[in-house]
Write a protein that binds this ligand. Structure first.
Ligand code: FE2
Length: 444
C-alpha cells in the first residue's frame, strides 16, 4: 500500500472509530435540557404490538389474558392452516400482545407462517438463552420498506428484509439489542380496519369472556437492559433518528438505591418511548440490572409499562387474580411512604385517592410537567427478568391542530423520584420499629 493510500486508510479508520465513539455523555437529571428536534428518520405512528416467544403459546396467552384483562382476539395456528407457529393475539384498547410458539419443524410448511420472519433456529436459541421474553417490539410506520432501508443505511443490523403480506401489509425487522428485534409494520391501505395481520383469524370472545377489560389502554414505554448504555443508545439513535427524552444517573437517586444509569429515547411525537438501562458496579447492593443480565443471559426487554385509564380499577381487578393464575406485585411500600405522599402530591390527589394508592400499593412520582402513578409486578415467568408496570399519567393535556385534546407523551416522567422516596420511607419505617423496640424492652 502506498503512503497516500495508507494515510487515507488510517484517516478512514479514525473517522469510522470516531463515528462509533459514544456521541453523548450522561449529564444527570438536573443538567438535562429537554428539547425535541423532531429528528425521526422515517414517519413513525405508534407502538403496534409486542411479540413474546414462548414454548407453548396457548398457555402463556391465556395466563396473560386472565391476568391483564385482555381478550384473545385473533389466532394463527394449525386450525387456520399455519403449520410453522402458533400465535395468539391479545388486545386491550391500543395495546396488542402476541404470543408465539413453534410447531415441530418436521411438519412445517414455511409458506403457511403468518409471521414469515419466524425462524425455528432463532426461536430455539432464544428460548434456551432467555426463557419467556419479548422477541419483537413492533411499531407501525408509514412505510415499512422505507423505514427498513433508511435504518440499514444508517447502521441498523438487518434481521429480516421487508416482506409483503398478502398485498395488505409489510413487515421488516432490524436488531435492537440482545436478541430483541425492532419490527416495522405498515399497511397498504390506510386507514385500516381491525385487521391485525393477514393470516390471522378472529376468535369469538363474546361467549367465553364477556366484557373482559381491566382498563389497560396502550403501551407507554418498553425498557431494555443492556451491558453498556452509550453504544446501545448511539446505535438506536443513529438509525431511528429518535431524540433524547430523559435520563438519570446513579448519582441522581443515590447509587445504592438504584444501581443503574438510564436514558430514554423518543420518537417525534414522544409516544414511542424506548428507555435503556445499564448496571452500575461497586455499589453496596448488587445492581438489579446486573441481576437481569445474568438471568436473561444478556440484554433484553426488562419491562413494559402499560397505561391504564383508571389505575385503581385495573389494580383491583389484577390483585383479585394474583393468587389464582394472574400476576403478583412487588411488596407495597411502608405506611411512612403514604404519610409523606400528602406533602408530595396532595395538590393533585385527594385524601381518598391517596388512601386508595396505599390500599393498592401504588407509587406516585412527578416531574416538572405532570404526575405519574405506577406499580410493578413481580417477574412474569420463571426467571427474575421481565416484568410489567401499570401506570396512569395525570396532567399535560394539550390540544392538537384539530382541537382534539390529548395527553403529552411521558407526562410525569418514569418514576425516578421513587428510588430515593422509597429508600427514605423504608428508613423512616425502620426508625419507628427501632423506637418501638426501645419502648418495649426485650422480654416484655
Ligand atoms: Fe417504567
Amino acid at each position: 500500500m502506498g503512503k497516500a493510500a495508507e494515510t487515507n486508510a488510517t484517516a478512514a479508520a479514525a473517522a469510522q472509530a470516531s463515528s462509533r465513539a459514544p456521541s453523548f455523555k450522561l449529564v444527570g437529571y438536573d443538567n438535562f435540557v429537554r428539547t425535541n428536534p423532531r429528528s425521526d428518520r422515517f414517519p413513525v405512528r405508534r407502538f403496534h404490538h409486542v411479540e413474546f416467544w414462548c414454548g407453548d403459546a396457548t398457555n402463556v396467552a391465556r395466563r396473560f389474558s386472565w391476568g391483564l384483562g385482555m381478550p384473545i382476539l385473533a389466532k394463527s395456528d394449525l386450525s387456520t392452516g399455519n403449520s410453522v407457529h402458533a400465535s395468539y393475539l391479545l388486545r386491550s384498547g391500543h395495546l396488542r400482545f402476541l404470543f408465539t410458539a413453534p410447531y415441530s419443524p418436521s411438519i412445517a410448511t414455511a409458506a403457511s407462517a403468518a409471521i414469515p420472519t419466524f425462524s425455528h433456529s432463532s426461536h430455539s436459541s432464544f428460548a434456551a438463552s432467555h426463557g419467556l421474553g419479548v422477541r419483537a417490539l413492533a411499531i407501525e410506520v408509514e412505510d415499512a420498506e422505507f423505514a427498513f432501508s433508511t435504518s440499514v443505511a444508517h447502521g441498523a443490523r438487518p434481521s429480516s428484509p421487508p416482506i409483503h403480506l398478502d398485498n395488505q401489509a409489510v413487515i421488516a425487522e432490524v436488531h435492537l439489542y440482545g436478541d430483541v428485534v425492532l419490527r416495522y409494520v405498515s399497511y397498504k391501505n390506510s386507514p385500516h380496519s381491525d385487521l391485525f395481520l393477514p393470516g390471522f383469524e378472529s376468535v369469538d370472545t363474546t361467549s367465553s369472556f364477556p366484557n373482559l377489560d381491566f382498563g389497560i389502554r396502550r403501551l407507554d414505554h418498553a425498557v431494555g437492559n443492556v451491558h453498556e448504555l452509550a453504544p446501545a443508545i448511539d446505535y438506536i439513535k443513529q438509525f431511528t433518528g429518535f431524540h433524547d427524552f430523559a435520563e438519570f444517573t446513579a448519582e441522581d437517586v443515590g447509587t445504592s438505591e438504584s444501581g443503574l444509569n438510564s436514558m430514554v429515547l423518543a420518537s417525534n411525537d414522544e409516544m414511542v418511548l424506548l428507555p435503556l438501562n445499564e448496571p452500575v458496579y461497586g455499589t453496596k447492593r448488587k445492581s438489579q440490572i446486573q441481576t437481569y443480565l445474568e438471568h436473561n443471559a444478556g440484554a433484553g426487554v426488562q419491562h413494559l409499562a402499560l397505561v391504564s385509564e383508571d389505575i385503581f380499577r385495573t389494580l383491583r381487578e389484577m390483585r383479585q387474580r394474583s393468587g389464582v393464575g394472574g400476576f403478583e406485585f412487588m411488596p407495597s411500600p411502608p405506611s411512612t411512604y403514604y404519610k409523606n405522599l400528602k406533602n408530595r402530591a396532595g395538590d393533585v390527589l385527594s385524601d381518598e385517592q391517596i388512601k386508595e394508592c396505599e390500599e393498592l400499593g401504588i407509587l406516585v412520582d412527578r416531574d416538572d410537567q405532570g404526575t405519574l402513578l405506577q406499580i410493578f409486578t413481580k417477574p412474569l415467568g420463571d426467571r427474575p427478568t421481565i416484568f410489567i408496570e401499570i401506570i396512569q399519567r395525570i396532567g399535560c393535556m394539550l390540544k392538537d391542530d384539530e382541537g382534539k385534546i390529548y395527553q403529552k407523551g411521558g407526562c410525569g416522567g418514569f418514576g425516578k423520584g421513587n428510588f430515593s422516596e422509597l429508600f427514605k420511607s423504608i428508613e423512616e419505617y425502620e426508625k419507628t420499629l427501632e423506637a418501638r423496640r426501645i419502648a418495649e424492652p426485650a422480654g416484655a
